[in-house]
Ligand binder design. Structure first.
Ligand SMILES: [Zn+2]
Length: 193
């Protein structure tokens, strides 16, 4: 039995005319049409609901659209940050750059094996971060950075926006001298994004 709400089909295969949601909830984007306030798919493809932008779109299957899957390594920009989680706007899956944007969530318990006190010591809005998709439960991409290869790849000074440089266990701003903390990937600063 499928207990999932028909309103939340992100990543799912949808057919033309299939109901995706209502305009009170989502902004209709490419591959969709609206009739009487209801958003439908225009084509056969994968439905994408972006939690951050509240947009719903359908990517045609024939274009070989790439969507995040469990175990995918994804790269994105840190958006909204809370003390125990951050939203990540994913723009790259494995090595493929996406035409759309997906949102994932990184919870503090999935940052590393060791205890983390605050997400403030992990990443900050604007940073570029590499994570792994560990679950897509309820159509939400849950991310993890529990590996040396995962974590922030570019971090910016929260005082002056300059690129931070790793120094011992901290991050130093060469411009203003500000010191911050991050959970960085092994190849920090050397990644082509
Ligand atoms: Zn600075």
């Amino acid at each position: 039995m499928n207990l999932k709400s028909p309103e939340h089909k992100s990543g799912h295969l949808v057919l033309p005319g299939e109901r995706l949601g209502v305009i009170e909830e989502f902004i209709p984007d490419s591959g969709t049409y609206v009739k009487d306030g209801v958003i439908y798919s225009k084509l056969v493809g994968r439905a994408l609901m972006d939690l951050l932008s509240k947009r719903v779109s359908v990517y045609p299957l024939i274009s070989g659209a790439t969507v995040p899957k469990v175990t995918s390594t994804v790269v994105g920009q840190v958006g909204n940050a809370q003390s125990d989680n951050v939203l990540v706007r994913i723009f790259k899956i494995d090595s493929k750059r996406l035409s759309g944007v997906f949102t994932g969530i990184l919870h503090i318990s999935d940052v590393q094996e060791r205890y983390v006190k605050s997400m403030n010591d992990v990443c900050k809005p604007g940073d570029i971060i590499r994570t792994k998709v560990i679950s897509d439960k309820n159509q939400i991409y849950h991310l993890s950075t529990k590996d040396k290869s995962l974590g922030v790849v570019y971090a910016f000074c929260s005082r002056c926006s300059n690129l931070l440089e790793p120094k011992r266990n901290e991050m130093l701003c060469p411009k203003c001298g500000n010191v911050e903390r991050r959970k960085i990937a092994l190849d920090y600063g050397k990644v082509d994004v």
